[in-house]
Structures are given as structure tokens and as C-alpha cells.
Design a binder for this molecule. Structure first.
Ligand SMILES: CC(C)=CCC/C(C)=C(\C)COP(=O)(O)OP(=O)(O)O
Ligand code: MG
Length: 427
């Protein structure tokens, strides 16, 4: 059964055009057939868009944390509010010995706990995403079902997008997340992936996001190619749904972020092919591209509003987004450390690179990677607070809050995904 999608509030008028009050030229969007657009719950004139009742309350502590700003000499002017703020979790003290209990946070990792994700939403997203993966795009063969379920993508996306007005909005993010992981698993990693020939596979798959514009003679072969493997089917379909409910500039933002991601995959593959361990800063540069960034940066589409392109492009906003993406991705390096240690070959992650390039023990390297993460988190929060103070536009504040809750939800998912991850015994 295909994902039905609710009826548009303005039948026949794509969401972006409805928001802008204009009708796009025929053929301005992808020529590919796709799913119906669902209703936007946002009034075009509502600054920052309307969140469902309760959603803002859930997200409120995060913006207060952003608005709290940095502490220390000379930073008072960056702090907008001083009351009712959420405090970060108290740092976990290392246990006497052994690995922390399953589901525990990494000792000493600076993070913010999130409320348990809404169980009704998790159940509905989980059910709908499986129908989409199996029936619409055949994303995985039956023997991978346990791994698909163990990934818990519904719980992940509900935790990361508490301000999504409805499940339809959550489905936008969830389909993209499954598609992004299908590409990573099947092209790059342990489900048939390899560095050999990766550039060609990624480029051709990228055309499912950023369509080929070619002549009538060659278009049918390209269209057929988009159905020829699970990663491309998943990218194509997830992008179709996304484009129906995003503005043109949000779609362009996403394509740019995915091009960044693919560039990062290629650098990682090049080093794997040569069994090369980069310097730590070089690794961090690669991981800034091979990064979760495309997920938090759709927070406004999933929230049913738009951060205007010129505000997204602000250098200060770009820095905040990069710092947040880097912190979320180093969280992955830390929680997936033992999984990657046990996988075939050498899998680069920040602790492995620090140990190799700085000549320290595995434990010291891991603990240093925790510090790098914490520094990135603190920088993200300071810079977000400074931007919020300098540019207190409702869409900017809501977007910053959306990125911050994505960071927290991502940590929650990594911490609690004991099917996939376990911690080393460094404490
Ligand atoms: C969802 C998304 C855009 C992912 C892009 C990059 C990516 C696959 C990660 C940041 C996760 O890293 P990794 O490949 O190390 O994942 P696991 O550790 O295998 O979970
Ligand atoms: Mg990893």
C-alpha cells in the first residue's frame, strides 16, 4: 500500500507556491511522477510557522538553552534570558571499571537529555515507514528486516523533530533518513558497499536528488536507472515527497547538503583504498562533510515553516549549522566505536585517528575525542546564542531551536540504540 498523504488545503497548488502566493511555471519542478502533496498546516503569513499545541512547549527548553548563551567574561550581552532554563545533564562520572550499562550516556559527554518521544507518533511513523520501505521502494531484502527494525528510525525521527505539526511532516524526514542510510550501507559500507567505483555510484544516485536535464534520447535510460537499485529507488521517492512540501530554496539547500555528504564519502573511500590514516584535522574536515548535516537542516520543512534562504546563508548561521553537524557526527564516532572496531578492516573514526596520529592509547584517544565533542557542543551553543541575540527573527530562533533539539534527539537515539551500539570498557 502506498503512503496516501492527506489532501492539500489549496488543491492543485504546490506548497511552496501556496506559501509564496504564486503558481510555478509548468514543469518548473521535477518531471518525475510522484506522491501527492500533503496539507501544510502553516499559514503563509505566520512568522516561523505554526507549531502544534504542545510542540513549542516541548522545544522551549532548547531555545532557552540557545538564548542563555555563553558564560564567562564579556559574554553577558549575549545572554537574552536568565530564568527557567534547561540545564545540561550533570556530567556522568566514570564508573569504577568496565563499560557503562547498556543505554547509558558516555561518561563525561556533554549533552542534553530529551523527553521520551511520543509513543503514538513513534508507532505510526514506524508502521508507515516500513510500508514505504517495503512496498514503495523495496529498500531492503526480507533477510535485513531485523536490522531495519533495530535501526528504530521512527523513534529517531520523532525524538529529533518534536515540533513537527503532524506525522506527515515526520515522514518527510524519516524517508530521507532511510534513503541516506540505504546509500551509506549499500554503496559505502557493509551491505555490499566498497570504495571501488563509489564515485560513479554516488554521482548517478545524486541525480535522483538533483535531476539530469538531458535530451529526449537519453532521458528514458536515466529514468530507468533510478529504479535499478534500492538506494536510487529510495532517494528518488524520498526526494519526491520532500520536494512536494518544501520550497524551492529548501530543496536546493538539501541538494547542496547531500552533495557535501557525497564529497565526504568520497574522501573517506579514497583513504580506505590507500589504507591511509589522515591527520586529525584532516579527518575532522572529512567528517564535516560525511556528516549528519542534511538531517538537522530540514528542521524547518519538517516543522512546516521556512527559514528564508538569505538567513540560512548568513555566515554565522552556516557556522552554527556546521558546529552542530560536527557535534552530532562525533557522537556517532563515539557510540559506534566498538561496532566499527569489530567490523572488517580499519574503520576510521575520531578515536582511531587520534590514537594513530597522536600516538596515545586507545582509551586516551577515546577520552580526547569526548573532549573534542564537548568543545564542539559548547561552541555550537555559544554561537547559536550569539546569532539569536544578533538576529532575533522568529524563523531564525525557531530554526536554531530545531537544530538544537535535533542534536539532543540524535544523542538520545545513539545512547538508547543498544541493538546497534555498545560502549567500550574505558572507565
Ligand atoms: C543520515 C545521514 C545523512 C548520514 C550521513 C553520514 C553517516 C552515515 C553518518 C554520520 C553515520 O556515520 P557512520 O557511517 O559511521 O554510521 P554508523 O556508525 O555505522 O551508525
Ligand atoms: Mg560510525
Amino acid at each position: 500500500m502506498s503512503d496516501p498523504g492527506p489532501t492539500s488545503l489549496q488543491p492543485g497548488l504546490p506548497a511552496a507556491a501556496a506559501r509564496a502566493g504564486t503558481r510555478p511555471a509548468a514543469g518548473a519542478r521535477s518531471a518525475l511522477p510522484g506522491p501527492p502533496s500533503f496539507a501544510r498546516t502553516v499559514r503563509p503569513d505566520a512568522p516561523g510557522g505554526a507549531a502544534p499545541e504542545g510542540a513549542v512547549a516541548v522545544a522551549r527548553p532548547a531555545v532557552e538553552r540557545i538564548l542563555r548563551g555563553p558564560t564567562g567574561l564579556g559574554t553577558t550581552s549575549l545572554r537574552l534570558r536568565r530564568k527557567d532554563r534547561e540545564e545540561p545533564a550533570a556530567p556522568e562520572e566514570p564508573t569504577a571499571s568496565g563499560a557503562p550499562a547498556p543505554g547509558s550516556p558516555i561518561p563525561g559527554l556533554y549533552h542534553h537529555p530529551v523527553p521520551e518521544p511520543d509513543q503514538a507518533r513513534v508507532a505510526e511513523v514506524s508502521e508507515r515507514i516500513k510500508r514505504w520501505a517495503v512496498d514503495e521502494v523495496q529498500a531492503y531484502p526480507p533477510e535485513w528486516e531485523d536490522q531495519f527494525d533495530g535501526f528504530s528510525v521512527g523513534r529517531y525521527m520523532v525524538a529529533c523533530h518534536p515540533d513537527a505539526p503532524a506525522v506527515d511532516h515526520l515522514m518527510i524526514a524519516t524517508r530521507l533518513m532511510v534513503a541516506e542510510n540505504a546509500v551509506d550501507d549499500c554503496y559505502c559500507e557493509d551491505h555490499g558497499g566498497s570504495p571501488i567505483g563509489l564515485g560513479s555510484r554516488l554521482l548517478l544516485a545524486h541525480t535522483a536528488l538533483d535531476p539530469l536535464h538531458t535530451t529526449g534520447e537519453y532521458e528514458p535510460a536515466w529514468l530507468a536507472s533510478l529504479q535499478s537499485d534500492a538506494p536510487r529507488r529510495a532517494y528518488r521517492s524520498a526526494m519526491e515527497y520532500f520536494v512536494r512540501d518544501s520550497s524551492d530554496s529548501q530543496a536546493d539547500r538539501y541538494r547542496h547538503d547531500m552533495a557535501r555528504l557525497h564529497l565526504g564519502y568520497l574522501a573517506e573511500a579514497a583513504w580506505a583504498q590507500e589504507d591511509h590514516v589522515p591527520e586529525v584535522w584532516e579527518y575532522l574536515a572529512m567528517r564535516q562533510f560525511n556528516n549528519f548535516r542534511p538531517c538537522p537542516t530540514i528542521t524547518d520543512t519538517v516543522g512546516g515553516y521556512e527559514l528564508p534562504a538569505e538567513l540560512h546563508a548568513l555566515p554565522a548561521m552556516q557556522r552554527v549549522i556546521a558546529l552542530a553537524g560536527n557535534a552530532t557526527t562525533i557522537v556517532n564516532d563515539l557510540y559506534s566505536y566498538t561496532k566499527e572496531l569489530n567490523s572488517p578492516g580499519r574503520h576510521l573514526n575520531l578515536p582511531v585517528v587520534i590514537a594513530e596520529r597522536e600516538g596515545v592509547s586507545d582509551k586516551d584517544a577515546y577520552l580526547k575525542a569526548v573532549e573534542v565533542h564537548n568543545d564542539l557542543m559548547h561552541a555550537f551553543e555559544s554561537e547559536a546564542a550569539a546569532l539569536a541575540a544578533a538576529c532575533p527573527v522568529p524563523t531564525v530562533l525557531r530554526f536554531l531551536r530545531g537544530v538544537a533539539v535535533w542534536v539532543d534527539g540524535n544523542h538520545y537515539w545513539h545512547r538508547t540504540n543498544t541493538y546497534r551500539y555498545s560502549l567500550p570498557d574505558f572507565w
